[in-house]
Design a protein around this ligand. Structure first.
Ligand SMILES: Nc1ncnc2c1ncn2[C@@H]1O[C@H](COP(=O)(O)OP(=O)(O)OP(=O)(O)O)[C@@H](O)[C@H]1O
Ligand SMILES: [Mg+2]
Length: 499
């Protein structure tokens, strides 16, 4: 294993924030090197320096032994450094294969060889057991498929260094497995892999080395075999964090919402569920099982073909998100960057957006807006120099926290969380769970979509499992276990029971 990149005394300063303070670390070929740290610790900044997207304020970079200035992503790419970014980076209106081959189109003479690009795209995705129509625009696929397409795009460029910034945040377990096999193959080929994740179990599974960052400082680099999860957490956070889930005992209140035999387009049917006040109800299933579509139907984004919804005892016909929000229903979306935030607005503006109608009667109240925002920033420990910072400048996990803060600041009674703890660090995850708990203690109800089974088991009173567009099982009390959920989710119990 030989060193391929070495960073020496790297600093990166932004206005009001020092994202990296004197970081020295090196990465080797044929090695999976994990980068961990809390939200805002500097992980994405570090890899943007490696990719040439940011210039360090100070410090030197050595690539294959030679001091190198990676002045642009293009230069990074020429050197053979590629990254799968934390954000979804595809062009929504281009097809899957156009995205994979963007700026690297295969030509036949002067024209693009579309057929060949389609064939190769199909093949690349097939390696991840994804068989989709690669000629369709990517916008019609789910966030997890986007991620896999992005990964395929990067692998297709045959780089020497691949950086994954939280690739699994929105992937299902099955997709994580196929990603890991592919990472192992890449490693065998001698590619250097830099891997960022908040899921510590993954680090143990895939990483050879672990580097911990805290507040922009390099805390240490150790062989993964010498570290357990608790050690990593302690290095990351500087304190002990409980990795257990705690829920308050709440009397289940009256029914808040009920879905009766809904049928949605894409052949989803038999969708019946209910959520009462004081309950956190899980909606489990593989990515693609149709969970997000159910959430979107309740919000009026996704048309309902058949069946009915009853909300607080009355028939409810969702027409649009704004109408649902008025009724007290709020969704924290999965694809937060595109659906949950206006990146060019400040943190305060973004949080206020969801509460605005309440104040619209009055004139625009900047001061009130700042107070609400500061409150939310404190509540969820959002790392930002002030409420006036643009959301675009926050770290990925802190952007997620802003979306969740928005939801908690509305006067909603029924919240739907689509993958609430994706991309947030262990400490923040605990905070979000505590807020969900307080929300239902105060009489609200939550429907939680999550692919994180321990989270579902730890947080939910009841769980509905979706399989191929149907709700196939409701699990209550002691039945809510990892195993039970997994078996229904994967369809094995479904076939057995002939459901
Ligand atoms: N362009 C920018 N302008 C101003 N501040 C920035 C910018 N980019 C990052 N920061 C700040 O630098 C710090 C480190 O951010 P970074 O995105 O590297 O964190 P991270 O470790 O990737 O966190 P996460 O786990 O949430 O993705 C944060 O405080 C962030 O707000
Ligand atoms: Mg990041």
């Amino acid at each position: 294993m030989s060193e391929i990149i070495r960073l020496e005394h790297i600093w990166k300063r932004f206005t009001g924030v020092t994202a990296l303070s004197d970081v020295s670390v090196s990465f080797s070929s044929g090695e999976v090197h994990a980068l961990v740290g809390e939200n805002g610790a500097g992980k994405s900044t570090l890899i943007k320096v490696l990719l040439g997207a940011y210039q360090p304020t100070e410090g030197r970079i050595f690539y294959e032994g030679k001091e190198t200035v990676i002045e642009s992503p293009r230069k990074g790419s020429e050197l053979g450094i590629e990254g799968v970014h934390q954000e979804l980076m595809l062009v929504p209106y281009l097809s899957v294969s156009q995205n994979i081959f963007l700026n690297r189109e295969i030509r036949k003479g002067k024209i693009f060889d579309v057929k060949e690009m389609n064939r190769r795209s199909q093949e690349l995705l097939h390696d991840f057991s994804i068989d989709i129509d690669v000629t369709k625009p990517v916008k019609q696929y789910s966030a997890s498929i986007w991620k896999m397409i992005d990964i395929a795009r990067v692998i297709n460029q045959n780089p020497k260094v691949i950086i994954f910034d939280e690739p699994t945040a929105i992937l299902s377990e099955r997709e994580v497995d196929s990603l890991f096999s592919s990472i192992r193959r890449l490693k065998e080929k001698g590619i250097a892999i830099i891997y960022i994740s908040h899921r510590l179990n993954e680090i143990g599974e895939i990483a050879d080395k672990v580097t911990v960052l805290r507040d922009g400082h390099h805390i240490g680099t150790l062989p993964a075999s010498e570290l357990c999860n608790d050690d990593i957490v302690k290095m990351m956070v500087g304190r002990d964090v409980s990795q257990y889930y705690s829920r308050s005992r709440v009397e289940r209140g009256e029914e808040l919402i009920r879905l009766d035999s809904l049928e949605l387009k894409k052949g989803q049917h038999d969708i019946s569920l209910s959520v009462h006040k004081g309950e956190i109800v899980g909606l489990a299933g593989l990515v693609g099982a149709g969970r997000t579509e159910v959430a979107e139907a309740i919000l009026g984004i996704n048309p309902i073909l058949k069946g009915s919804i009853t909300y607080k005892g009355k028939p409810f016909h969702p027409a649009s998100p704004s109408q649902s929000i008025k009724k007290g229903i709020y969704l924290v979306p999965e694809n937060r960057k595109y659906q949950g935030l206006i990146l060019r607005f400040t943190v305060a503006n973004n949080i206020a957006l969801s509460v605005f109608s309440r104040w619209a009667k009055f004139f625009y109240k900047g001061k009130k807006e700042a107070t609400v925002a500061e409150n939310a920033i404190r509540k969820l420990s959002i790392k930002t120099p002030s409420s006036k910072q643009l959301v675009n400048n926050l770290s990925g996990g802190n952007q997620q926290k802003v979306v969740i803060a928005k939801a908690l600041e509305t006067s909603a009674e029924f919240l739907i969380f689509d993958e609430p703890s994706v991309g947030v660090d262990v400490g923040a995850k605990e905070e979000i769970h505590n807020h969900m708990d307080s929300f239902v203690v105060a009489g609200g109800g939550i429907l939680m979509i999550s692919s994180d089974l321990p989270e579902v088991v730890g947080m939910c009173d009841r769980v509905y499992v979706m399989y191929e567009g149907r709700i196939v099982k409701e699990l209550k009390g002691d039945e809510v276990t990892d195993n039970n959920i997994a078996e229904y989710m994967l369809g094995s119990k479904v076939a057995e029971a002939g459901i």
